[in-house]
Write a protein that binds this ligand. Structure first.
Ligand code: GDP
Ligand code: ZN
Length: 296
């Protein structure tokens, strides 16, 4: 029966969940196909990416071999890690032992630079009976970010985060040890199983991959598993562009006395005028630190 469907359908649509060495694993309603790409893509300078929605033609239905024919238009393309159609980054930190706020801000600058939506997730709140996470969260809420406080260990706050991820393709980012895998497993008990099954199908050791893979964790809900995605350098972002990494600065950019104001020591600065109002002083201070460390 399956054979009949496959041979009668000239093209199948699917989504690339892994791509290594020119072989793309494409998840379709009829199963997982391994596909090579048309040479034309290279000529056109198009590289298929994990997360791409694609059309494939079936080469061998029994062996699930296909041929990548077309890449459907991308909503968004991430550069680091390389992936397409990621709806949001879930940026995770752990309240214990502490949150490195400068690292966190660096992550956020990078996400803003790539124009990808980001939500914050503070994990391990079970270890924080004083609720200091509320103070950590506040400046980011002021900046306009959604913040979810959770405990993977005790199952706190997970419902809201699950809702925020539902129907979307998310990537979990953050330093190792903050609990990214624990949170995913708590949200989606089948997650580890999915990682394991996929490992078998596409031939990689569980959790030993160095490749980005896309996992379906619920209806229409995907998680991009990118093990290298633990730190984010902002070295490639020019010093003068760091300011664009702060959504709370945006309404005031262009209103400063100097057109090239960097909102550090300049007078008549519209951004600095808002510090302590709708711009959090500690966020601005860390911006100044990051900016000054760049030197000339
Ligand atoms: P990852 O490297 O970000 O994927 O972090 P892991 O999920 O591997 O977790 C790192 C460590 O933190 C493990 O020992 C987890 O058991 C622990 N951990 C994760 N989430 C929580 C939590 O909510 N509360 C506590 N107390 N420990 C947690
Ligand atoms: Zn300014």
């Amino acid at each position: 029966m399956k054979w009949c469907i496959l041979t009668s359908a000239r093209l199948l649509t699917g989504r690339i969940i892994k791509g290594v060495g020119g072989n793309y694993s494409v998840s379709t309603d009829l199963g997982l196909f391994v596909c090579q790409a048309r040479g034309l893509f290279r000529k056109e300078g198009l590289t298929p990416l994990v997360g791409d929605f694609v059309e494939i033609s079936v080469v061998d239905a029994d062996k699930f071999i296909g041929y990548l024919q077309k890449i459907l238009p991308r909503k968004i393309e991430l550069v680091r890690p390389k992936a397409a159609n990621v709806d949001q980054v879930v940026l995770m930190c752990a309240i214990v032992p502490q949150v490195n706020l400068e690292v966190l801000d660096g992550f956020l600058i990078n996400c803003e630079k790539q124009s990808v939506d980001v939500v914050l997730c503070i994990n391990k709140i079970d270890l924080d009976p004083q609720k200091t996470y509320l103070d950590v969260a506040e400046p980011y809420k002021t900046a306009g970010y959604d913040v979810y406080a959770v405990s993977a260990a005790e199952g706190l706050g997970l419902e809201d985060l699950r809702r925020a991820m539902h129907g979307k393709t998310s990537i979990l980012a953050g330093p190792s040890g903050v609990g990214k895998s624990s949170v995913l497993n708590a949200l989606y008990p089948q997650y580890d199983l999915a990682v394991g099954e996929l490992s078998e199908k596409i031939g990689r050791g569980k959790h030993t991959t160095r490749h980005t893979v896309l996992l379906q964790v619920a209806d229409n809900t995907f998680v991009l598993d990118s093990p290298g995605f633990t730190s984010f350098s902002i070295a490639h972002i020019p010093k003068d562009e760091l300011q664009f990494g702060y959504p709370e600065f945006k309404p005031y950019l262009g209103e400063c006395y100097y057109v090239d104001c960097n909102h550090v020591t300049e007078h008549d600065c519209a951004v600095k005028a808002r510090v302590g109002l709708d711009i959090d002083p500690s966020r601005h201070q860390r911006y100044v630190n990051i900016y000054k460390r760049r030197g000339r």
